[in-house]
Design a protein around this ligand. Structure first.
Ligand code: AMP
Ligand code: GLY
Length: 433
């Protein structure tokens, strides 16, 4: 089969890497791809937002099915258009993608169908929002309604900061139209988990639970980013909690969408907070695989991914027996450019990749990279996702940081504490690995 992957980040490199190993897949194309992807797939220089252009390309190349990585084309209705043209495509339709593209849509759906989430209010009027924050206690959370590349949520610890953020979002429009409408919600405490599941609109097939590190700096300090690293499995997850998540959140959301006339096919990503009493709440939903979570998850996946993606498209996911996973702990550390997340530098030569090639337990997934001649250069904020599998948390942390130390580029920075939260807890809980 011929497959087209849309996107050009670390998540798409992991998808292409996995699809290229599939028995069912003969060739992989990627639009636009990146330096690392270009070693495994034909990368086509095209705007991934040009849906009509993508359709023309897919018809010309007789693509058998398409996999959409990022949220923007999903929110723009790429799946609906490809379906109209009769080209199989993996991902939710435009209405389904609203679960990520509009936090108001997601929160109202959860409220209506009793899916556990933080209490909230929606504001369209800046003065009303400011009036409201003056009446509530910190901490609370302000969120832009629309897509902000993971940078639209603000945990507010001082009243004055809340008013400033509201001004930035609703008046200064720092995230454009995405911030015209805002949500102000209750602060939830606990531990965070990224819980992803495939769905064909009826049943679900969960992936391994993982944990992202959204903040830029060690100790979860600094501004939020798209994600600076992730690991799987997570020590505080257990089969009982997974059952609760599957029943009270994941399946319930798929059923809720279906009852609203939205058959949700693709990946449903629950960004969860697990409270001190072990109860899961939804912080947000995404309509796609996570980045960087996909990198450590797919690095551990032994099953062929292509039949799973096809079953979601065809509506027979219940025929898939389950997913086989490699043993061990998988950790991905994101190496970012100077200036990320605001104004990342680009065009720096990357050194050391060769030392990490063809290692069974190490994989360097590329995100913002470009290959020119035989050299790789930085071309974006998140540059590489160095990923390692170890026997346990200590081994994986050691291996991943040893691999990181082989790589250099001008201005390179990364978090030094990815996976380290799991070290103490994880040692007592090796049975989950
Ligand atoms: P989001 O973009 O909605 O995933 O939010 C980004 C990050 O902000 C989350 O990963 C949490 O760390 C934090 N956050 C968002 N909503 C809440 C909440 N209601 N309570 C506590 N932290 C939150
Ligand atoms: N890592 C967070 C996300 O993919 O949205």
């Amino acid at each position: 089969m011929k497959v087209l992957v849309i996107g050009g980040g670390g998540r798409e490199h992991a998808l292409v890497w996995k699809l290229a190993q599939s028995k069912k897949v003969g060739s992989v194309f990627c639009i636009p791809g990146n330096g690392g992807i270009s070693e495994l797939a034909d990368c086509i220089e095209m705007n991934s937002g040009d849906i009509e252009g993508l359709i023309t390309f897919s018809k010309q190349e007789r693509i058998d099915f398409v996999v959409v990585g990022p949220e923007n084309p999903l929110a723009a209705g790429i799946v609906d258009r490809f379906k109209e043209e009769g080209i199989p495509i993996f991902g939710p339709c435009q209405k389904g993608a609203q679960i990520e593209a509009s936090k108001v849509f997601a929160k109202e759906l959860m409220n209506k169908h009793h899916i556990p989430t933080a209490a909230f209010k929606v504001f369209q009027d800046y003065n009303a929002a400011v009036g409201y924050v003056r009446t509530i206690q910190t901490p609370f959370v302000i969120k832009a309604d629309g897509l902000c590349a993971g940078k639209g949520a603000y945990v507010i610890r001082e009243q004055s900061e809340g008013e400033e953020i509201l001004k930035d979002l609703m008046i200064n429009l720092i995230h454009g139209d995405a911030g015209r409408r805002t949500i102000i919600e209750q602060f939830l405490s606990g531990v965070e988990a990224s819980y992803l599941a495939f769905s064909d609109g009826i049943s679900i097939l969960p992936l391994l639970p993982s944990q992202d590190h959204k903040a830029l700096l060690d100790g979860d300090k600094g501004p939020n980013t798209g994600g600076m690293g992730a690991y799987t499995p997570i020590p505080f997850m257990n089969p009982v909690l997974e059952d609760v998540i599957n029943e009270s959140i994941m399946k319930k959301t798929i059923t809720a969408l279906s009852s609203e006339g939205v058959p949700y096919k693709g990946v449903l990503y629950g960004g969860l907070m697990i409270s001190g009493d072990n109860r899961p709440y939804v912080i947000e939903f995404n309509a796609r695989l996570g980045d960087p979570e996909t990198q450590p998850i797919l690095f551990k996946m032994e099953s062929d991914i292509a039949p799973i993606l096809l079953s979601c498209i065809e509506g027979n996911l219940d025929h898939v027996q389950g997913i086989e996973w490699r043993n061990g702990v998988s950790i991905c550390v994101v190496l970012a450019s100077k200036g990320y997340p605001d104004q990342p530098e680009k065009g720096k030569v990357i050194r050391g990749l060769q030392d990490l090639a063809n290692k069974k337990d190490i994989m360097v997934f590329h995100a913002g990279t470009k290959k020119i001649g035989n050299e790789f250069y930085t071309s974006g904020g998140r540059v590489l996702g160095v990923t390692a599998i170890g026997n346990d948390y200590h081994d994986a942390v050691r291996k991943v940081y040893e691999a990181v130390s082989c790589i250099q580029f001008d201005g390179m920075h990364y978090r030094k504490d990815i996976g380290k939260k799991a070290l103490t807890e994880g040692d007592d809980n090796e049975k989950n690995i």
